[in-house]
Design a protein around this ligand. Structure first.
Ligand code: M7G
Length: 326
């Protein structure tokens, strides 16, 4: 994995005044202390997906009688922890042969943490999202969007209460990296759920717009150019200032289809193979801006391709409308 910079711990440099300004103390939902034993009652039903290479596992089960998805993920080893790792760990020899030997290294607990994400209560859609499945590419015309996709997302999409909680400072207020409060071109920039902020190699932030009337890329027209340019300029500047990562080391893009229909932009480290960066789903913000400059209605009229999972009901809608080539 390519390194994005030398500052290994991005939390360094977050000043107390910045934390206070973002309203951390008034945050009620982020009650971290109360969550310590939250997983002790988890009852596993199925393993949705696991990967030895990515060192993660996605589980579906029950937590206090609610459906729950739990994601466990081993995090990368940080260079700035190596000396403590070598001096403070137990080393158990597994085998030795000539010049070769392998060990089990047992580091202190705080260097051996597992990033854990809990979705509870989880909907059936959450469970399906993480289930490993065959996917199919759909080519959606502007007309398909209006007649098939739009009615579907109005009835079926994931809730976006978490987005409103962020915009209203009811959750994650202490994690905000930058905010432009303007209700037209403003946004909130903060670490994505997927990033533990322990190292820059897998840097992942999202910019969530204050406007509530833009569902996705499909709604964008030239009138949104000031908003998009603002996100790009101020997002890149804030990430440079906070983490020391320049724009040339970042991938800034939108997903189509997104999971959550409230406009947001992904900022990921260029060297990080983040989920959803393939050409069938990611649209670079710089390309989006260029396309809208060339044609103000580009995203209303153009066909856009995206993958859908085998059991996605939107796929069924496209099939029933005869819009899926087999
Ligand atoms: P997307 O393109 O709508 O869907 O991106 P995807 O999840 O299929 O990529 C939404 C982004 O928001 C993803 O990168 C999520 O990891 C992130 N995200 C989702 N939730 C529920 C939260 C949350 O509660 N807090 C934060 N900070 N990020 C979230």
């Amino acid at each position: 994995m390519a390194s994005t910079g030398k500052r290994e711990n991005p939390n360094i440099g977050i000043t107390k005044s910045k934390r206070q300004k973002s309203g951390a103390d008034s945050d009620k939902i982020d009650d971290l202390a109360a969550s310590e034993s939250v997983l002790s009652g988890f009852k596993l039903k199925t393993v949705l997906r696991d990967s030895a290479r990515e060192k993660n596992i996605f589980l579906h089960g029950k937590l206090d009688d609610h459906e729950a998805v739990v994601i466990l993920e081993k995090t990368p080893i940080r260079e700035d922890t190596l000396s403590e790792m070598f001096s403070g760990s137990r080393l158990k020899l597994e085998m030795k042969n000539d010049i070769y030997s392998t060990y089990q290294l047992q580091p202190p607990a705080h260097l051996n943490e597992i990033k854990t994400t809990v979705v509870c209560p989880a909907t059936e859609k959450h469970v399906k999202k993480y289930l490993c499945q065959e996917t199919f590419l759909v080519e959606e015309t502007g007309e398909d969007y209006r007649s098939i996709t739009l009615p579907y997302i109005k009835s079926q999409s994931f809730g976006i209460q978490w987005v409103y909680n962020i915009l209203e400072k009811k959750a994650e207020a202490n994690r905000i990296v930058y905010e432009d409060p303007d209700q037209d071109v403003g946004f909130v920039l903060l670490p994505d759920l997927k990033w533990d902020q322990k190292q820059l190699d897998n840097l992942y932030l999202i910019a969530i717009v204050h406007r509530r009337d833009i569902k996705s890329l499909r709604d964008l027209t030239a009138q949104h150019l000031p908003l998009l340019r603002n996100i790009r300029q101020k997002g890149e500047k804030s990430i440079l200032e906070r983490y020391g990562v320049p724009a040339s080391k970042m991938r800034v893009y939108l997903h189509y289809q997104p999971s959550y229909y409230h406009l947001h932009v992904h900022f990921t480290a260029l060297g990080y193979d983040a989920p959803g960066t393939g050409v069938e789903r990611a649209h670079l913000l710089s390309d989006v801006i260029q396309n809208l400059l060339a044609d103000p209605e580009y995203y209303h009229s153009r066909s856009l391709s995206f993958p859908l999972r085998a059991d996605d009901s939107l796929l069924r809608e496209f099939k029933e409308a005869g819009r899926l080539s087999t």
